[in-house]
Ligand binder design. Structure first.
Ligand code: PEP
Length: 251
């Protein structure tokens, strides 16, 4: 049985005091629910504080928005997976489209990042998504398959159990334009079928696939009612307590 996952990606927003208030107020308003996992992805410097907070209530955890593809060494400004683990955080986002586009992260770099994260017992939210031009050319399935096969489908089935896949069409991120529930469902089903093809049906039925791209309280329940949508990766709306709480309650 797949748990629903609602993740807030705070990107490069908030001061540390604002981050603590945001996490605390959300946590106060949510009753523990064994069927749901809520994740906060604050900026790196706030990980220890937010991770400390999320250990105080079951159903909550904290993760980083990125990690290095290298284990350690002379990589000024980089943050290694073991460092993230040492803050108490349990998760990391890998392959967000902003990093693919703005930092030129390739499939191979993302493969190395995923391996680093898993070797430190971090769970990974692995993002994939097509651009508007690719969707207009009906290339979305091929693009998503390439992203999955080139960066994570070499893993063992045991390693794959620590992956959550986030389908985030690039044209829907931060634009206010959400994929329709049917468009999202079609892609989630395609991804699940690809997992079954590469691994097995059981793994395909166990791996959570969450949707990201302008999720708000007004569209969350229609997305969550789709059989292959197991939650959401939320950017903008995760910075507002009542909005994020409504998304959590939208199941
Ligand atoms: C994201 O950053 O992963 C995201 C989905 O952002 P937004 O919800 O703002 O579209």
């Amino acid at each position: 049985m797949r748990k629903q996952i609602i993740a807030g990606n705070w990107k490069m927003h908030t001061t540390i005091d604002e981050a603590i208030i945001l996490a605390s107020e959300i946590m106060e308003k949510i009753k523990p629910d064994t069927e749901q996992q809520i994740l906060f992805f604050p900026p790196f410097p706030y990980l220890p504080e937010i991770a400390k907070l999320t250990t105080t209530k079951s159903g909550f955890d904290t993760g980083a928005q990125n990690c290095s593809s290298e284990h350690s060494g002379a990589y000024t400004g980089e943050v290694a997976a073991f460092m993230i683990r040492s803050t108490g955080a349990g998760w990391v986002i890998i392959g967000h489209s902003e990093r693919r586009q703005l930092m030129n992260e390739t499939h191979d770099v993302l493969k190395k990042k995923t391996e680093q994260a898993l070797s430190e017992n971090l769970r990974v939210v692995f993002c994939c998504g097509e651009s508007l031009a690719q969707r207009n050319e009906n290339l979305q399935n091929r693009m998503i398959a390439n992203q999955l096969y080139d960066s994570i489908f070499h893993l063992s089935p045991d390693m794959m159990k620590n992956i959550v896949i986030a389908y985030e069409p690039v044209w829907a991120i931060g634009t206010g334009q959400t994929a329709s529930p049917q468009q999202a469902q079609d892609m989630h089903q395609f991804i699940r079928n690809e997992i079954a093809k590469q691994f097995n049906e059981y793994l395909a039925s166990e791996i959570p696939i969450i949707y990201g791209g302008s999720v708000k309280s007004s569209n969350a329940s229609s997305l969550f009612s789709q059989p292959d949508i197991d939650g959401a990766l939320v950017g903008g709306a995760s910075l507002f307590v009542d909005e994020f709480v409504s998304i959590i309650h939208a199941r």
